[in-house]
Design a protein around this ligand. Sequence first.
Ligand code: NAI
Length: 300
Amino acid sequence: MNSRLIAVSLRSLKVQNVSVVGSGLMGAGIAQVAAQTGHNVVLNDLNDAALGKAQKGIEKSLGRVAKKMGDEGAKFIEDTMSRITFTTSVEETAANADLVVEAIVENLAVKQKLFADLEAGASAKCILATNTSSLPVSAIGANLKDTTRFGGLHFFNPVPMMKLLEVIKANDTSDEVFQAMLDWGKAMNKTTVKCIDTPGFIVNRLLVPYLMEAIRLVERGHATKEDVDIAMKLGAGHPMGPLQLADYVGLDTCKFILDGWHQEYPDEPLFNPVETLNKLNEEGKIGMKSGEGFYSYKKK
Ligand code: NAI
């Protein structure tokens, strides 16, 4: 294929219609930003209750942006919301999409089944991507008929605030699809970084072991959790200390990621189980969302 033909095929993968499956924390954020940046969005979940919650959450989040816009604010919210269609139908989700981003429950079999259903209803050019944090991207797309159209788009929470998007090249992702995913990241006003399909990609591969080392340091009695957090904020310039950050991410999520990696790479000491993390999970103290983790977030 000559370079002119490649340019033509790259242009043909431009993303305008975006479908997002899973309207939870991440999916709602991805749908919001896609609509804010002018895309036509279809947001899918299993039931109307989940979609209703997502709709309210997006409206609230847009309201915060609109506050700074003065008279234009109300129109901005209306225009943005008018670009989002809410549905429980997988067929409708796949039908006109240039790109589908999956942000559902972190379960390999459930994700594989969803992608089979999506591929059956999508056009041959539609790009399929997963937002998984901890599962191997290539395994999620392994059963697709066309694995070259599949890759990873890993956003960060909260999606409207966090500027980074990790774009993951799975084993078979074609160059055209990878380039289109990078271009779409820019169109979403994100800064993109490229990574191959490796556990944790860039951010979590460095962050999770760092958080675990901080817990281990406290476990050994070498410093208090308060001092570890102060030290990393004032000494390393981090906006949050590692124990605070673990609480924010969720100690259930930290454990889920660590356990998965430990199972896959039992010889890697950085991925070894952490006693305090397991104990807090057993006690249901999973961080900010449960009201308690390393710190208490209960209103006094
Ligand atoms: P969440 O639990 O807030 O939302 C998941 C949503 O998916 C729920 O609304 C659920 O009803 C829906 N869902 C489940 N199965 C479905 C199906 N078959 N079809 C349609 N909808 C379905 O989860 P969250 O935190 O938004 O995570 C979603 C994905 O994003 C996971 O793969 C996770 O690893 C990844 N991720 C999470 C981050 C985080 O900070 N929470 C950061 C980056 C990625």
